[in-house]
Design a protein around this ligand. Structure first.
Ligand SMILES: Cc1cc2nc3c(=O)[nH]c(=O)nc-3n(C[C@H](O)[C@H](O)[C@H](O)COP(=O)(O)OP(=O)(O)OC[C@H]3O[C@@H](n4cnc5c(N)ncnc54)[C@H](O)[C@@H]3O)c2cc1C
Length: 534
């Protein structure tokens, strides 16, 4: 009797994608249980008051990729989601100079002109090209990827549609640019356009975020494009900060999910997916409790799902090999600061609109490549690339009056550090970050009231991200589209019947997008009466 399904679906993991899948399934009338191992929802999309009065967006810190269809379909605004636009992208440079890109295009061109008239001329054209490229790949990221080797008529039809799209709808010159973006390094791609180091550096930085790669590594141009998706039309205002921190995104999706009837349990660590005769029947919790359901959907990365939660004996050996080979090395860390005052960047006023957007510390391509060199040989970067926002300058409720929180995303820090991570190494890493920032904002050390340092090892322990990889697996070309997470298994299905994937390890990948969560739910619902036909 124990195996009678209690639910239509169990979703493992309360990251924003798991929550999204749960919400869509429940909206379609399914009875859904979501299980999260932590006592708080959100996964890498979480706000926590780690130091009294100061709210940290502990891991992710800005939103750009969140799918507008999810915001609309789950009515997230009604569930409290409000995204405040970021106003600028500010790069402090050695000697007190700087480069700021503003929401106002003319102002940006004037500023770039100071560094290079040539680049100021080309910048708008580059923005248009990137918008066109983002639009070009939009159909790819908005669909479950068809398998190019499949003879299934439905998949063949989808492939034919895609082929027609690339052959007919995409102009020839755009097709060539897309191929370049898919294959080149971000440094080489930008070299074809621009000459100014600060501009190339700040633009290339989005090509290395979350990857174990440097700006001269092939494939990084695509990662830049991935981050450009939220910047369609070249408008910086497409980037934003969720009021209340990134946890507010997860909370709004959780609220929508509950409104459709999803039952959510936190502190519920799934230890095993129960599989009988190649079919998922439910899950067993660490507490020993077993819960049965018609479908099991994992929002957890594939290494955890297939090498820990599912017994290997239920999986084909070549699939297990593919999952073992899946690149998931962590390369990023995070430092969150509580501050008594704003950082004062040399050469600029103590307060101003340059503090209400991105602050990018990484003045040249060479600087970024050297930061990667350290990591390549097993060390954290002594002068790392820093991507900073000051949430309290955008949303004052994030800190007590007059005080501030600072979110510092750090690249590069390898998961497999020489000698391993320990308390002393964590502190040394935190010091390297603060020392680097102090070169540009000398008052920072005296302003720090509290410091939280998260290494890739900590991201694994706290967030459950294997090796601390921020995207549940690198966004390299051999792990995208119909290859994510493994060839032949990109449509959210897995070799175990009734077991699906819905997290960032599934197409179209990481970032606060809800895209894998939504597409997984639609795929599960489409095949509800015929769950696993390949
Ligand atoms: C430091 C950092 C900075 C980032 N910055 C940004 C950013 O600014 N903007 C952006 O768009 N993206 C950013 N990202 C990436 C983005 O946050 C992630 O891609 C996204 O949040 C992943 O969502 P997810 O739902 O797919 O998975 P996750 O958030 O990884 O959720 C998985 C959930 O499963 C739970 N879980 C794991 N094992 C079990 C188990 N056995 N039983 C039950 N539950 C389990 C975990 O606790 C977690 O809650 C960042 C990520 C990190 C780590």
């Amino acid at each position: 009797m124990g195996r009678v399904p209690h639910y239509d679906a169990i979703v493992i993991g309360g990251g924003h994608n798991g929550l999204t899948t749960a919400a869509y399934l429940a909206k379609a009338g399914k009875q859904v249980l979501l299980l999260e191992r932590r006592d708080i929802l959100g996964g890498a999309t979480v706000t926590e008051e780690i130091y009294p009065g100061f709210k940290y967006s502990v891991a992710s810190y800005v939103v750009s990729l969140l799918r507008p269809d999810v915001i609309r379909e789950l009515k997230l605004a009604e569930h409290g989601l409000e995204i405040v636009p970021l106003e600028s992208s500010f790069s402090p440079l050695p000697g007190g100079d700087y480069l700021v890109r503003w929401a106002d295009r003319d102002q940006t061109r004037r500023e770039i002109y100071r560094h290079s008239p040539h680049d100021a001329d080309l910048y708008p054209e580059f923005g248009r090209l990137m918008s066109q490229m983002a639009r070009a790949v939009k159909p790819l990221i908005s669909m479950a990827p068809p398998d190019p080797t499949s003879l299934n008529p439905k998949e063949l039809l989808e492939l034919a549609k895609l082929g027609r799209y690339f052959a007919r709808d995409l102009e020839q010159e755009h097709f060539y640019s897309l191929v370049k973006l898919m294959t080149m390094s971000v440094a080489d791609f930008l070299d074809e356009w621009f000459e100014s180091e600060p501009l190339k550096a700040v633009m290339s930085s989005s090509g290395i975020i979350g990857t174990f790669l440097g700006p001269r590594s092939p494939g990084t141009a695509y990662v830049m494009l991935h981050h450009f998706m939220g910047e369609i039309d070249g408008v910086f205002r497409a980037w934003g900060f969720p009021r209340g921190g990134t946890g507010a995104v997860a909370e709004s999706i959780a609220s929508a999910a509950r409104s459709y009837g999803v039952e959510i349990r936190t502190s519920a660590d799934v230890e095993q997916v129960i599989v009988k005769k190649g079919r998922a029947l439910g899950v067993a919790l660490e507490s020993g409790e077993e819960i049965y359901a018609r479908r099991v959907v994992s929002g957890v990365d594939p290494k955890r799902t297939f090498l820990k939660l599912v017994d290997e004996s239920h999986l084909p050996s070549d699939f297990v090999e593919d999952i073992r080979r899946f690149r998931i090395q962590g390369s990023s860390g995070k430092v969150n600061l509580a501050l008594s005052e704003l950082p004062h960047f040399t050469g600029l006023p103590a307060d101003g609109p340059h503090l209400r957007g991105f602050i990018s510390v990484g003045p040249s391509i060479e600087y970024l490549e050297r930061a990667y060199d350290d990591a390549k040989y097993g060390a954290f970067s002594r002068r790392p690339y820093l991507d900073i926002v000051i949430p309290s300058a955008i949303d004052p409720a994030m800190a007590p009056p007059g005080k501030h929180v600072m979110s510092i995303f750090v690249q590069h820090a390898p998961y497999n550090l020489n000698g391993g991570w320990n308390d002393a190494q964590r502190e040394a890493f935190g010091d390297a970050v603060v020392d680097t920032l102090a070169e540009f904002a000398p008052n920072i050390k005296d302003a720090i009231l509290h410091r939280q340092v998260l290494t890739p090892w900590d991201l694994e322990q706290v967030m459950g991200l294997t090796e601390g990889n921020i995207f549940q697996g690198e966004l390299s070309l051999h792990q995208l589209f119909f290859l994510r997470p493994a060839a032949g298994w990109a449509r959210y299905r897995t070799p175990v019947k009734n077991l699906y994937l819905c997290g960032s390890a599934a197409h179209p990948g990481g970032g606060i997008s809800s895209a894998p969560g939504r597409l997984a739910a639609l795929e599960i619902l489409k095949n509800w009466s015929k769950p696993w036909s390949s």
